[in-house]
Design a protein around this ligand. Sequence first.
Ligand code: ZN
Length: 351
Amino acid sequence: MIENSSVHKLQIIKPDDWHLHLRSGETLKAVLPSTIKWANRAIIMPNLDPPIVNIDDVKNYFQEIKRNIPSGVNFDPLMTLYLTETTKIKDILEGYKSGIVKAIKYYPSGATTNSAKGVKNIKNVYKVFDVLSKIGMPLLIHGEVTSENIDIFDREKVFIEQILDPLRNKFPDLKIVFEHITTTDAIDYILNSEKNLAATITPHHLIINRNSMLVGGIKPDFYCLPLAKREKHRLALVKIATSGSEKFFLGTDSAPHLEQNKISECGCAGIFNALNAIPCLAQVFDNENLLNNLEKFVSLNGPKFYDLPVNKSKINIVKYNKSQNFLKFINTSEGRIRVFNPNLKIYWNYT
Ligand SMILES: [Zn+2]
């Protein structure tokens, strides 16, 4: 990291995004430029409609993404398979050997957008966890229970008790990424784990709490899953993300939805933040006087957990005297997608 304080310029190793929704078709075309501007690699989520459940789906989706990367631009999509109770071991092994598939995504059935085909009974996928443990491929977990009787704000905490802890005891060699954590319960659990457990944290969960969404009128733009929680949880997330701890790294969970689907009677969960993720994060770290740990969170801790090389290229970001205005939405041929508005003065931007 090279810091030049006189012009407030920061050069860091090019980041990666360890949790990204690109969708497909026109949406993919519209959102991809926002990520490849600053990320060298991204873990691509498989919850398309229909989801990416076998090796042929993965290869086709990989090619679709590659076709949309302009020539001369380096961006590696790190593909994932959507775990179902009928996932074939041979598909995992073929994806692993080909180098295309970097992780398997576990959605409890019904937890979020397009998760209906997810896992209902975890025992039915134990054979997959055996294989992942042997080959060292991470399991990415959407860590919320979905039972009707569990309050939606408690779903992450209960998931740790009912699913994650027993799973880790049964499969101690399984590498797990606890995705988009939102609670002190998750932070404490990860800090107390010895090995093979890390977490991604989103920019929006570092900036908004549940009041941001619910006070003074409902703000569908801040509706995402897992939901933002109380302020004490947000403060704990900021503290751990900015601490430099190797167990925590960036996954934007940038999740585009067309405006007409998000702002509706039954609006979709998801926040499109790829466009301003790094400026928002730089501001969060700056506000804590911990900019020296930004590179760890966005560029170093992720590859270390995934056993991948650190990127060689760098990016520059600059702190301007005036707070920055970002695009409010991006257009697709099917409608527009609203960009995350952090309601926080952001002085950082790309050069
Ligand atoms: Zn996600």
